[in-house]
Design a binder for this molecule. Sequence first.
Ligand code: SF4
Length: 179
Amino acid sequence: MHDSIMFSRQQYGTAKDMNTTINTYELMKERYPDLQAEGIVRDRADAAYEILSDCTLCPHQCHVDRTAGETGFCRTGNELIISSYSPHFGEEPPLVGRRGSGTIFFTNCNLGCIFCQNYEISQCGRGFQVRTEDLAEIMLRLQERGCHNINLVSPTHQVPGILKAVDIAAGRGLTIPIV
Ligand code: SF4
């Protein structure tokens, strides 16, 4: 997701060199609402779901069929599983601001770091299943509560469902940054 919403240093330098009036808001605003309107987020979600049947979503390259219930290193099947969501005030100050970072903790992980501070979630599977519509609703609720961003914790192995949820949420007015 980051490649679609970030403005690279190189692009920014080129834009500055154009010696034109740069509207900083335009440079920094999120791209995913536009991509959603163009159907591109939906297409990327569909493409990501295709990968699940022979999973190579991350460098583990497990080649398991997650749509048939098989699991690889991340111990995650076809379903979205989260542990919690809330405004979070323990992140870096630029993310937290005054009203918190809208954090969503995803269950399981494709890493397995022995020093993980969230090991009950990342390695012991603590969490509950949600539908993509539920995840979209959670994102919108966090925005309504004033959170400055949607903060996805350990999302890589659940990217297909997240993209689908972003597609739904953006269609209903989600606009805050996704980090
Ligand atoms: S996302 Fe999970 S199943 Fe897929 S390659 Fe990575 S660790 Fe393996």
